[in-house]
Design a protein around this ligand. Structure first.
Ligand code: SAH
Length: 225
């Protein structure tokens, strides 16, 4: 198990996190539920110690295996898109995340919805994420080491699905696992830059909107240790 330092050197302070929240607010994030979650989850425990001093900057950082922890602004925008405009009762209860990475987005989601199901194709990243969320006392997350292209059939359908890796299109199996009236958020595009899409299922029809231009690592096939 990785040693996880929940204290850090002053970086955990509410003040540091509140500065990040203020920056996100200025950048256009208006959902108070999301801002509260960002204020409550220490981001520095999700990155290597050598980068911990940069954890509260609004930037993406490397997490090993050629992967990255998403920029806080993007995590906030995606989370707000998943929660939707309604507050309280109307929000999603069971959410699938594809691409656990370091688990930061997972932790943010877990503070806002009843249950999070998260999948990752790189086993060692998944295990570290599991340790971190355990250390934070987060208990409403289920982890799975698998290729997210197939979704998580046994637990489908979901009230929302969040994909944190980019692809040219949404995998069919993932589309099928979105409940009626539910939302799917995913970066879609050909190259390094994708469009963050929000799709809402209405029976057999889909309503689609483009939220932002984003830069995600590619969604790959198969699993690795
Ligand atoms: N939400 C993450 C972002 C991680 S980057 C965070 O906050 O840190 C995207 C992650 O998606 C990487 O860890 C990558 O390994 C994973 N990934 C890529 N293709 C995948 C697939 N087919 N199934 C599951 N995970 C995948």
């Amino acid at each position: 198990m990785t040693q996880i330092d929940l204290e850090g050197v002053g970086m955990t302070s509410r003040r540091t996190r509140n500065r990040l929240v203020a920056r996100l607010r200025k950048a256009g994030i208006a959902d108070e539920r999301v801002l509260d979650a960002i204020a409550s989850v220490p981001r520095h425990i999700f990155v290597d110690e050598a980068l911990a001093h940069r954890a509260y900057e609004d930037s993406a950082l490397p997490i090993g295996h050629g992967q990255t922890i998403s920029q806080p602004y993007v995590v906030a925008a995606m989370t707000a898109a998943v929660l939707g405009k309604g507050s309280g009762n109307g929000g999603p209860r069971r959410v699938l995340e594809i691409g656990t990475g370091c688990g930061y987005q997972t932790a943010i989601l877990a503070t806002l919805v009843e249950r999070v199901f998260t999948m990752e194709r790189i086993g060692s990243l998944l295990e570290r994420a599991r340790d971190r969320l355990g250390a934070l006392g987060i208990r409403n997350v289920r982890f799975r080491h698998a290729d997210g292209n197939g979704g998580w059939r046994e637990e489908a359908p979901f009230d929302a699905i969040l994909v944190t890796a980019g692809a040219t299109h949404v995998p069919d199996a993932v589309m099928e696992q979105v409940a009626d009236g539910a939302t799917l958020v995913m970066p879609v595009g050909n190259g390094d830059v994708q469009e963050l899409k929000r799709l809402e299922r209405m029976g057999d029809a889909w309503r689609q909107e483009t939220l932002e231009h984003v830069r995600f690592v590619p969604m790959l096939r198969g699993v690795q240790a």
